[in-house]
Design a protein around this ligand. Structure first.
Ligand code: C2E
Ligand code: MG
Ligand code: MG
Ligand code: MG
Length: 288
């Protein structure tokens, strides 16, 4: 199919193409150009300690600065990157840029050894034979500790080649990287994966957090996930926290960290740097 063909392929618009196929072709062409033209950028969403309120890390979230449309959501273009294989070079760029950001914060005294930056990793990217190699390369080049990186993977990534996936995860863990299972509870066989995979952190999907204070089923699900994590010695991060009531629920039930609009939306590198500085200043004031 066309998607497997070379980069220089020039496709001609067919009048018979559906509107959807046309839109997709336009997006795909734009995405091929985006990496070259440096239209991708990262935003950062702080992760906060539920009990102390301190920033203990962040998640790197990819954005596309489209020349005409403005900022495009990853929900729209990640599936295309995955289907075309473009996720491999783009994912490499994400990892590289994430390491560069951590290095910059570390140099400025804003990033401490216990802090972690979450990077989303796609199945196809993780399956590359040289994946471990370029993780090593990126961390060494930027002189950051691998333990400052947290790789966010999803359950859907794990359906094929379980054995190889587990081996590769273990090698990266030996190197110091941690693993989070992202959007936990939305995929298949969550509990079977928890048993078989070397996971450090469970990220509870925002779909369970949304109605946590009004829907007894969601409340029960989140309480249960937190209890399982506690028993299995896994850390927990709640996603999509938007209200003080949701945070109070998480506090009462022993969730470790959260991220969400209640604390901050994903923000630019500059804004994240300023937020980390403000936290440093606050600690200084409190210590004196
Ligand atoms: P995710 O990893 O589950 O990221 C969390 C998403 O929830 C982000 O959407 C974030 O902006 C959004 N979010 C955070 N707090 C709140 C909140 O309080 N309320 C609501 N309603 N939403 C909140 P975003 O940035 O649009 O990313 C969507 C998805 O795209 C991510 O979901 C992730 O699966 C994927 N993605 C983003 N960046 C990358 C990347 O670099 N590589 C790969 N492979 N996937 C990525
Ligand atoms: Mg994520
Ligand atoms: Mg998530
Ligand atoms: Mg999600």
């Amino acid at each position: 199919s066309a998607k497997n063909e070379g980069k220089n392929l020039c496709r001609v618009f067919q009048p018979s193409m559906s509107e959807e196929a046309t839109q997709r072709m336009i997006l795909e062409t734009g995405l091929r150009q985006a990496l070259e033209d440096e239209q991708f950028f990262l935003t950062f969403q702080p992760q906060v300690d539920v009990s102390t309120g301190a920033i203990v890390g962040a998640e790197a979230l990819l954005r596309w600065a489209h020349p005409e449309r403005g900022t495009v959501s990853p929900l729209e273009f990640i599936p295309i990157l995955e289907a075309t294989g473009l996720i491999v070079p783009v994912g490499r760029w994400v990892l590289e840029s994430a390491c560069a950001a951590v290095a910059q914060w570390q140099k400025a005294g804003l990033w401490h050894s216990h802090m972690r930056l979450g990077v989303n990793v796609s199945a196809r990217q993780f399956a590359q034979a040289d994946f471990i190699h370029y993780v090593r390369h990126a961390t060494e080049q930027h002189k950051i500790s691998p333990s400052m990186l947290d790789m966010e993977i999803t359950e859907s990534m794990l359906i094929e080649q379980m054995r190889e996936t587990v081996d590769r995860m273990q090698q990266l863990q030996d190197y110091g990287v941690t693993f989070s299972i992202d959007d936990f509870g939305t995929g298949y066989s969550s509990l079977a994966y928890l048993k078989r995979l070397p996971i450090d952190v469970i990220k509870i999907d925002q779909g369970f957090i949304r109605d946590i204070t009004t829907d007894i089923n969601d409340a029960a699900i989140v309480e249960t996930i937190l209890a399982i994590a506690r028993h299995m010695n896994l850390q927990t991060v709640a996603e999509g926290v938007e209200t003080p009531a949701q945070l109070a629920f998480l506090q009462a039930n022993g969730c470790d960290r959260y991220q969400g609009y209640f604390y901050s939306k994903p923000i630019s590198l500059v804004d994240m740097t300023n937020l980390l500085k403000a936290q440093g200043n606050k600690e200084l004031v409190e210590a004196t």
